[in-house]
Design a protein around this ligand. Structure first.
Ligand code: GLU
Length: 420
């Protein structure tokens, strides 16, 4: 049985580049473990009168290239191992997209749907109180991730500012625009994923976007924005899914032909994309195994595994989620000749625009959406071709190429700064 432990998988990925990467063994060794792991206990009196103790995490993997950076997720399955893996992936992501940040991640083991708005606000503030000394604009800058959003970030900023006695917008990114958020941040991850799909389709499938079919698994912030931009680029979305279930379009054209925002509004109204009129309900597995040129997993870790990788029919996988493919599945996909754009490159548009937000906050500035999107486009395409060129030059897959480039950049910073 293969491991589904996220941190084991992150370490297995790191082990897969030992023969290619040229760094001193001592830096390689240091990169295997996060620098700090903070675990906090969060007792909360709920509005219904019960007191429940939640566990919160903040793991700081590496800060050789700049302050720690990474999102906070609220999910019932959050574990230390998952947060550690995600923190390591953040270090690689910041290095690949070439921004002056390290990598961190946080989380609370909680099912947010079960909490009232008021409880969630108080839980978020308690978490900030507990990690106050570990975060800060020059220390570690949180952001949204699974089940957290601009509202959550506004609470974080307000609580941190309250503790400091003055307004500190740069402590967190992904805030609403009204309180110092950046234009374009909310949609940035999906926009970056769509740019990677577009370039990979051109390069690997040698097709026009208008002739490409896509299946998107996951309908959160990243999945929805990716699907929206892909549709705008002319791609044909044939299957979609959310936490409730999957949906295949059954209109005569074979793809969703309505306006994306209408689709989203309808699915929000009735609770799931799988219940929208005119779709065939399919399982999550069927979405992953769709007959489509491109598969975009945009949900959780461990979606493409030893069990289903041989059934994948797409020619190209672009990882919008973090860690959706296990190392064993990776090998199967490669054997089948399926090309893959790895998470640390494909979804780095989010942290990139987080960086733009942090820069704007530090300068008390506000850029236009056009300026943000132009810079996103330029940085994403540059990173995509850097990874692609390296993979072609060394005849390795894009996951390993991205990892080698990232690890070498981080190790160079460690060495020059005299880490030992
Ligand atoms: N949570 C997002 C990620 O996994 C964004 C992180 C950030 O903006 O700091 O990349």
């Amino acid at each position: 049985m293969e491991s589904e432990d996220p941190f084991n998988n992150a370490l297995a990925q790191l082990a897969s580049i030992t023969d290619i990467v040229s760094i001193d063994p001592e830096y390689y060794e240091m990169l295997k473990s996060p620098r700090r792991e903070v675990i906090v206990s969060l007792p909360l009196k709920l509005v219904n009168g019960d007191t429940v103790t939640y566990t919160g995490y903040r793991v700081q993997h590496n800060n050789a290239r700049g302050p720690y950076k990474g999102g906070i997720r609220y999910h019932q399955n959050v574990t230390l191992s998952e947060v550690k893996a995600l923190s390591m992936w953040m270090t690689w992501k910041s290095a690949i997209i070439d921004i002056p940040f390290g990598g961190a991640k946080g989380g609370i083991t909680v099912e947010p749907k079960k909490l009232s708005h008021d409880d969630l606000e108080r839980l978020t503030r308690k978490y900030v109180d507990a990690i106050e000394r570990d975060i800060g604009p020059e220390i570690d800058i949180p952001a949204p991730d699974l089940n957290t959003n601009p509202q959550t970030m506004a609470w974080i900023m307000n609580e941190y500012s309250r503790l400091k006695g003055h307004n500190v917008p740069a402590v967190v990114t992904g805030k609403p625009v009204e309180v110092g958020g950046s234009e374009g941040r909310n949609a940035a991850t999906g926009r970056g994923v769509a740019i990677c799909v577009r370039e990979a389709v051109k390069k690997f499938l040698k097709k026009d976007m208008k002739d490409v079919t896509v299946a998107v698994q996951g309908f959160g912030n990243v999945g929805t924005n990716t699907a929206r931009y892909l549709m705008e680029m002319g791609a044909k979305i044939v299957a979609l899914s959310d936490v409730v279930g999957g949906a295949r379009s059954v209109n005569p054209k074979g793809y969703f032909d309505q306006k994306f925002d209408d689709l989203l509004a309808e699915s929000n109204k009735i609770g799931s994309i799988s219940n929208v009129k005119g779709v065939e309900q399919i399982s999550n597995e069927e979405v992953l195994e769709s007959e489509a040129d491109v598969l975009v997993p945009s949900a959780l870790e461990n979606q493409l595994t030893e069990q289903n990788a041989h059934k994948i029919r797409a020619s190209l996988v672009v990882e919008a989620a973090n860690g959706p493919t296990t190392p064993m599945a990776d090998k199967t996909l490669q054997r089948k000749g399926i090309r893959l754009v790895p998470d640390i490159l494909a979804n780095s548009g989010g942290v990139l625009v987080s960086y733009f937000e942090w820069v704007q906050n530090l300068n008390r500035d506000h850029w236009t959406e056009k300026a943000v999107n132009e810079r996103l486009e330029a940085k994403m395409t540059k990173a995509f071709y850097e990874v692609l060129d390296y993979s072609e030059k060394h005849n390795i897959d894009m996951r390993r190429a991205a990892l080698v480039l990232a690890v070498e950049r981080v190790a160079a910073a460690m060495k020059l700064s005299g880490w030992h």
